[in-house]
Ligand binder design. Structure first.
Ligand SMILES: Nc1ncnc2c1ncn2[C@@H]1O[C@H](COP(=O)(O)OP(=O)(O)OP(=O)(O)O)[C@@H](O)[C@H]1O
Length: 580
């Protein structure tokens, strides 16, 4: 199916540890899949053995599976386990974590709740201490500890390590340049007995902020003395275009004096109101027309933005029809958004709590206060601490739960929470989870408290996250068995947690909106990179040299996602220094 160069044929024959280097679209993933196929065809695998393909993100897994289906047969695909580091290490810790924790039952700490629990610990080493304490003593595993604890587990139990290596004699490490120290420790445990194939591109290292280290590829070479293959700037993704050339020129700044056929740099006028993202939306229509005219079947068009805030603003703009004074209209554009889940997940737990509360009115009020406090502390997600105002408000709620204040002196937020409970207590549920859910969400949205309204707003994004169906399914099940929503919080929590491990099988077709960082490892027919004004920029004025270097790498990753064409939009009054 593929014309293979001598170099690639040599790679397929190798029985050493391997390091495959190459720029975006040079064919690293493809050759790794061909290598796996070759080993399968050579009957290298004994019964029950499989090849393990490890990557970082669920969305990348989806793409690799999609790509694998074009290269190898379904039977061969069954002999490859394609997994995220999280999914794989969790499966190890879930069944064997008791070997390294005082608590025999290992459970997961859902990320939004983790953020909320750790919100007040600002000091990073204290945070790390608390995360470790939770696992060591309570068996509760924070997502950040997956690699670390899995490495510890394998180092403590050589028997388990042998079983793992016996099951997976060959392990492919995707996006190796982005492994942090803990993942590297884990990989070294695996590498004691299994053959490793690392795929890497130093210039696509965009996760330095989570511990990716420029020295990592060198460490791999020193440790394993692998056979090395470098596909350099070969470009199989956007063959016949100058997209990769632009990406490489960007690294040295030489793009500023050149012209490109497949990369358009546009400066747009920043406008307000209905015209806020007019230029972007118009470019999306132009892109769609181009793809239709070029007869690209099942086309994909990505809009990549630097910040989450801009992503949400753009999503709202695309999902609304604009009508201008001239009566010209810009219709709604259906699209998918790659959103972080913390805020919406915590909002979902609040709504689930209120659905339950109607049948358990006794604790309903305190329950709401606790959940609302968790939402305010955790909605920013990740390891980010909440804003001072949110932290202060959450403390009001926490202290009220412990020592209620007499009537007349209660803060407004507490009174508003009481109002929510009263309004919910007189609701007549229909048994249709979709409708009942919306009744509660509307109560939250109509609240006079900004904090409570925000919960309603965050809950709206569950639809964008495609979580609607799964939640409806779980709640419908409860109603069918009990004719109440008792147990809603648990089932919502489980449903949302499960999502972290299900390799998303959806493919990236149509209009996809995401941050530049999320676009890593994906490919689209057409890419529009959109920089907003003020805080929604690639480069902040006054940023350090290192920040500028990171932004350049991120921009190159974004550009090289495209197969056919790229448009980059930057504000005319203050164009990006990376571009002009
Ligand atoms: N030898 C080849 N001949 C023809 N097409 C190829 C070859 N290798 C890869 N391709 C095609 O090129 C595209 C990019 O390949 P692949 O995803 O393997 O690159 P990559 O190096 O893993 O990219 P990235 O680092 O950007 O994720 C795919 O569409 C693939 O089908």
């Amino acid at each position: 199916m593929f014309e293979l160069t001598e170099n690639r044929k040599k790679l397929l024959e190798s029985i050493e540890h391997l390091l495959v280097l190459g720029g975006p679209g040079s064919g690293k993933t493809t050759i790794a899949l061909l290598k796996a196929q070759k080993e399968i065809l050579n009957s290298f695998l004994k019964p029950k053995q499989r090849i393990l393909f490890l990557s970082f993100a669920r969305s990348t897994i989806a793409r690799v599976i999609q790509q694998a289906k074009q290269i190898i047969t379904n039977e061969q695909l069954k002999e490859i386990r394609i997994e995220t580091y999280h999914g794989f290490t969790w499966s190890l810790l879930k069944s064997h974590g008791y070997l390294i924790s005082f608590n025999r039952n290992i459970s997961l700490l859902p990320p939004p709740e983790a953020t909320s629990i750790l919100a007040e610990i600002e000091n990073l080493s204290e945070r790390a201490f608390e995360k470790n304490r939770l696992f060591d003593f309570d068996g509760i595993l924070h997502f950040d500890l997956f690699a670390e604890k899995a490495a510890l587990l394998l180092s403590k139990s050589q028997k388990l390590a042998s079983i793992i290596s016996d099951t997976y004699p060959i392990i492919i490490l995707d996006e190796f340049q982005d492994t942090n120290n803990k993942e590297w420790e884990f990989i070294q445990e695996l590498g004691k007995r299994s053959r490793l194939i690392a795929l890497a591109d130093a210039e696509q290292r965009i996760y330095e902020f989570r511990g990716a280290d420029p020295a990592r590829i060198g460490q791999f070479i020193t440790k394993y003395n692998p056979e090395q293959f470098d596909f350099g700037t070969e470009n199989n993704r956007s063959l016949g275009t100058d997209i990769t050339t632009f990406g490489n020129d960007l690294l040295v700044g030489s793009h500023k004096t050149k012209k490109y056929k497949h990369v358009k740099l546009l400066q747009y006028m920043v406008m307000k109101g209905t015209a806020l993202h007019l230029e972007l939306k118009s470019q999306v229509f132009i892109g769609m027309n181009y793809l239709r005219k070029s007869n690209v079947s099942d086309w994909s068009l990505a809009i990549l933005v630097p910040t989450k805030q801009l992503m949400l603003d753009v999503s709202n703009y695309l999902a609304t029809e604009q009508v201008f004074k001239s009566f010209k209209k810009l219709p709604i554009l259906t699209h998918e958004v790659a959103l972080d889940t913390a805020g919406p997940s915590l909002a979902a737990i609040i709504i689930a709590g209120l659905l339950e509360s109607v049948n358990a009115p006794l604790n309903a009020f305190n329950y709401l206060l606790n959940n609302l406090s968790a939402h305010m502390r955790g909605r920013n997600g990740g390891d980010k601490t909440p804003s001072k105002a949110n932290l202060a408000a959450s403390k009001i709620l926490d202290s009220y739960v412990n020592t209620p204040i007499e009537k007349g002196k209660q803060p407004k937020l507490i009174l508003e929470c009481r109002k929510v409970i009263n309004l919910c207590s007189v609701l007549n549920f229909t048994g249709d989870p979709g409708k009942d859910w919306l009744m509660i969400r509307d109560i939250l949205l109509a609240s006079n408290s900004k904090e409570i309204q925000t919960v309603g707003e965050d809950a709206k994004y569950l639809r964008l996250l495609n979580k609607g169906a799964i939640l409806r399914g779980q709640l419908g099940e409860l109603w069918r068995t009990n004719a109440t929503y008792l147990g809603a919080v648990n089932s919502v929590r489980n449903a949302l947690l499960q999502e972290h491990f299900n390799a998303s099988t959806r493919d990236y077709k149509g209009i996809q909106l995401m941050t530049i960082h999320k676009s890593k490892g994906k490919e689209f027919d057409y890419v529009i990179i959109y920089e907003g004004a003020y805080n929604n920029r690639y480069v902040w004025t006054g940023g350090t040299e290192n920040e500028l270097a990171q932004s350049t790498l991120a921009m190159r990753v974004a550009v090289t996602r495209a197969k056919k064409s790229v448009v980059i939009l930057t504000p005319k009054n203050n164009p990006s220094p990376l571009l002009f």
